[in-house]
Ligand binder design. Structure first.
Ligand code: GCU
Length: 616
């Protein structure tokens, strides 16, 4: 007999700050919306000199009253046989969207610069009063978007979604969208010039036209409000001409929950209530409920899990119980096909390997992965660490760099805040300590806590040696004060001595907070065998894992780790012929999906961990 929850709703009007990014506020759940996909074959023009964007005096055509046919985004055709137009999308080569250009076109493997994309499409007249939005899952790195020759907006950041309203710009026949995608690395960028991953460029994720009612639900959230007592809190944000004083409702049919409220002057309403008989989401039981968010003219559903995650002293509690994060780090790359991962099948491949390893946790490095990864993690019961590419030597004193990082963080929170699997927002990876960097990261952490007070904050810090004792490793990074979980990368045995050094290490780590080791590992070429002190052999990697697991098991407040890395991945920094050949070889699997010996070391360790937990 299902417990019929009392329908309790308090009308609480509260203006909640909403993440703002790009040209239009981000639509937070396009998955369930009726949409016209623009995925498929696009035309493209490689334009290293940005000839389609600047005139010969290097003045942008953008914004000029009459850009003339030279601006590629006008998609111009010669008026007659005398007319001069020096490009033609229709006769240009075809490229697949979604998909980076590097792995699709041999000649673009190393290309960094501008590529123009064009897609022609028909669009039946929008239903009366409806609005139409052009939604991109991601474009790396900078996108300038035009519809029927009109600029609709610009977006910076290669791994977060964005959308532009195109209502009124569309015709029933022969529309065209032109995207100027530019993946040039920039010193002021996020990430900056130097990374250890391939700079895949282009429209790397789905593109959709989403039709919405004139007043629609742009943002919605529902979660447990506190500990495991069934208290629910939700929020709905309306977008449109008249959004205040509107009735909105959240319902969870399986729990008999319905809560309603009236929006405030900003179109925001918060709904609270309680349910009984809730099955909490967890790796052992990844229970998802259908949740419907409704307003007077719109409704959207999502499949949402309910759980709590918190730090208590030096423990991590999921639904009030201790949890050890049996993790692995993952880059967003499908090595079998090559290039950026973006599909459900890609997510199944990568998370399937993680599951085979015995993981209950993945660190999605070093940037927000596509939404399929976190939605599948919800379904599979895999906890997730998400991070933004504040990586290595960012321009800490550049306000635009901070705004860029902050927008990327707010956008991934807007997109994924209803994903039970996501428990950690990470602010940075291996950033050198300095006052400007501490201020930058502290402000970022404040942004994260303001946007999402329910998840844990961390960052992959670097450890230090001790001047008195060469065998001591410690964390002296002041940012450790600001995070909920103290995470750090360590490469003792690979960058710091050899594997036998691990037996000598004394860990002098902070007490009172959970410790998480966000990276350790060694390179090995699959199939290369030899003595365990022979670098690049599987035996070397295997003994490093064995020695590391022995050494870190002595850290009393260690609550998990995510070794580097699940699969070999492409990197422009890895040149050793016959061993690396442009691949970072620290994967536990090769780029062909072949399991190295260290894969089984970690898998067996995680199995023992699970056994111990069951026998407790
Ligand atoms: C660093 C960094 C990774 C890099 C790895 C390596 O810790 O975080 O992005 O790939 O080391 O050197 O392989």
């Amino acid at each position: 007999m299902k417990t019929r929850a009392l329908i309790v709703a308090f009308l609480i009007l509260s203006a909640i700050p909403c993440a703002v990014s790009g040209q239009d506020d981000l639509i937070s759940n396009p998955f369930d919306r009726p949409s016209k996909s623009l995925n498929g074959e696009w035309r493209y023009i490689v334009d290293p000199y940005e000839n389609g964007y600047f005139n010969y005096r290097y003045e942008p055509f953008d914004g000029s009253p009459d850009p003339g046919s030279s601006a590629y985004y006008t998609n111009a055709k010669p008026k007659d046989k005398t007319d001069r137009v020096e490009y033609d999308f229709e006769k240009s080569d075809i490229i697949r969207v979604p998909g980076d250009w590097n792995s699709q076109k041999e000649k673009l493997f190393y290309y960094e610069g501008t590529i123009w994309y064009e897609k022609s499409f028909d669009y039946p007249k929008a239903a009366n009063g409806n609005r139409v939005f052009l939604y991109f899952g991601a474009v790396n790195y900078k996108a300038e978007v035009y519809v029927n020759g009109k600029k609709v907006g610009t977006h910076i950041g290669g791994f977060t979604p964005f959308n532009f309203e195109v209502t009124g710009l569309l015709k029933e026949k022969r529309n065209f969208v032109v995207v100027k995608a530019d993946n040039k690395r920039l010193k002021e960028g996020v990430p900056t010039l130097n990374t250890d991953w391939w700079n895949y460029g282009g429209i790397t994720r789905d593109v959709n036209l989403i039709e919405m009612p004139s007043v629609f639900i742009r943002d919605q959230m529902v979660r447990l409000d506190g500990d495991n007592d069934g208290r629910i809190t939700g929020r709905i944000v309306l977008d449109g001409a008249s959004v205040s004083g509107k009735w909105v409702e959240i319902s969870i049919p399986e729990l008999g929950f319905r809560g309603s409220a009236i929006t405030d002057e900003k179109g925001v309403a918060e709904i609270r209530g309680s349910v009984k008989g809730l099955r909490y989401w967890s790796p052992d039981d990844p229970k998802l409920y259908e949740v419907r968010f409704s307003s007077e003219g719109d409704s959207v559903t999502d499949r949402i899990g309910f759980r709590t995650v918190k730090v208590s002293g030096d423990r991590i509690l999921l639904n009030g119980k201790d949890i050890f994060l049996k993790g692995i780090s993952i880059h967003e790359e499908n090595p079998l096909r090559g290039g950026r991962a973006n599909s459900v099948d890609d997510a199944k491949l990568l998370l399937g390997w993680a599951k085979e390893l015995g993981c209950n946790f993945v660190r999605l490095a070093h940037y927000p992965h596509n939404e399929n990864m976190v939605r599948l993690a919800d379904e599979m019961g895999i906890l997730v660490w998400e991070e933004i590419p504040v990586y290595w030597t960012i321009q800490w004193e550049n306000p635009e760099t901070f705004d860029n990082a902050s927008a990327q963080l707010e956008d991934v929170i807007t997109r994924d805040k209803n994903r039970a699997s996501v428990i950690i927002w990470s602010m940075a990876n291996e950033t050198p300590v300095s006052e400007p960097r501490n201020r930058f990261l502290t402000k970022l952490a404040e942004t994260a806590r303001r946007s999402d007070p329910t998840r844990l904050i961390s960052a992959a810090l670097e450890m230090s040696g001790s001047p008195e004792d060469a065998t001591v490793r410690e964390i002296t990074d002041p940012f450790a004060e600001k995070v909920d979980i103290i995470s750090f990368n360590q490469y003792i045995g690979w960058y710091d001595g050899l594997p036998e050094k691990l037996a000598t290490i004394k860990w002098r780590l902070p007490k009172g907070k959970p410790i998480f080791i966000s990276e350790f590992g060694a390179g090995a070429r699959f199939g290369l065998h030899g003595a365990q002190d022979e670098r690049w052999t599987e035996e070397f990697q295997e003994v490093l894992y064995k020695e590391t697991l022995k050494s870190i098991s002595g850290i009393g407040n260690l609550r998990g780790f995510s070794p580097w890395i699940l699969v070999d991945f492409r990197s422009p920094r890895r040149h050793l012929p016959e061993i690396q050949d442009g691949w970072n070889r620290k994967g536990l699997l090769s780029e062909k999906g072949e399991k190295k010996k260290a894969f089984f070391v970690l898998r067996d360790f995680y199995r023992q961990k699970s056994e111990q937990r069951r026998n407790r």
